[in-house]
Write a protein that binds this ligand. Structure first.
Ligand code: SF4
Ligand code: SF4
Ligand code: SF4
Length: 309
């Protein structure tokens, strides 16, 4: 019997499912819904208070020993996005010419997800969530540079340092050394108008709702971004404009990795899926090769000629 590509795909899918079951993977419905840690730290960034001074960008680079990023503008430190020199950036949204609406700044850095996609995706636990503060950090000697964390993060935060000799992922780690020394993060410490503030996540969430109640109509949809998105984040946002315009993706509360990515983590961890698919492909190639040889023999018997290779 000849195996078609469609057969191969079917068998591959079944092999993947069998691999998942073989890895004793729990069904998604059995995974717990993530809840923020009791003492989770957080940041509240209020875009309506931000003046775009970028003091936080400079302070972040300084606190993290990052070299100035002058690749866009050789005179000024002016990165145009997060990169291997830049863990924190301020961007500006402005309506197109002729469109109504207001401009708005947005601060981007790791969101320190309540249930982090990057942690779930990393097969070697190089990314970990602190069990007390909830800060998501990276460990150099566990990282093999597979970059699954980059693919998994819905906020496109982790950056890979292509110039480093060893694999290096660069992202905000919530100034963990400053936290350990009893200090607040550099970005919140320096912000002149206190557009970004540091505190416990639950306290900051209450503060965000207090601002919404005190200023009806000021904030987009009276909503705190990060309260529920993908199970919640420890960096919370208030803004006057649609969060989509600020590059903050629409994620449903149930779209969190406890539901889906832990399947991938376990399957990849045991290499069951790649091994299963490889086995199916070898069987497919062998079968087709046997059929090809039989056709060659048949042709030879009929004509006495060998077909052209
Ligand atoms: S924002 Fe991305 S990098 Fe940061 S914790 Fe969430 S998934 Fe990980
Ligand atoms: S917490 Fe620290 S590393 Fe993260 S954005 Fe702020 S200054 Fe940068
Ligand atoms: S320091 Fe504060 S006001 Fe200045 S850009 Fe950063 S968040 Fe905005």
């Amino acid at each position: 019997m000849s195996l078609t590509r469609r057969d191969l795909l079917k068998i591959g899918t079944m092999a993947g499912a069998a691999a998942a079951v073989g890895g004793a993977v729990a069904s998604p419905a059995q995974e717990p819904v993530p809840t923020p840690l009791r003492d989770a730290v957080g940041m509240l960034y209020d875009s309506t208070k931000c003046i775009g001074c970028k003091s936080c960008v400079v302070a972040c680079a300084d606190a993290n020993g990052l070299q100035p990023d002058t690749r866009v503008d050789s005179l000024h430190q002016a990165p145009n996005d997060l990169n291997s020199f830049t863990k924190n950036i301020i961007k500006l949204y402005k309506p197109k010419y002729g469109e109504s609406g207001t401009f708005a700044f947005v601060k981007r850095q790791c969101m320190h997800c309540v249930d982090p996609f990057c942690v779930a995706a990393c097969p070697f636990h190089a990314l970990e969530k602190n069990k007390v503060t909830g800060v998501v950090s990276w460990t150099a000697d566990k990282c093999i540079g597979c970059r699954y964390c980059q693919l998994a993060c819905p906020y496109q935060i982790p950056k890979f340092d292509w110039d480093a000799f060893n694999a290096k992922i660069v992202k905000c780690e919530f100034c963990k050394e400053r936290l350990a020394a009893g200090k607040e993060p550099a970005c919140t410490y320096v912000c002149p108008p206190k557009a970004v503030i540091f505190g416990r996540r639950d306290v900051l969430l209450r503060e965000a709702h207090r601002r919404i109640e005190n200023h009806p109509g000021k904030y987009f949809e009276d909503r705190v971004y990060g309260e529920k998105e993908a199970g919640g984040t420890q960096v919370l946002y208030l803004a006057a404009v649609n969060f989509d315009l600020l590059g903050l993706p629409h994620l449903s509360p149930t779209e969190h990795p406890s539901n889906w990515l832990r399947w991938q983590e376990r399957v990849l961890k045991y290499f069951l899926l790649p091994v299963s698919i490889y086995g199916v492909m070898v069987a497919f190639l062998k079968q087709n090769f046997r059929e090809h040889e039989a056709e060659v023999d048949e042709e030879h018997k009929k004509t006495g000629l060998m077909p052209q290779l």
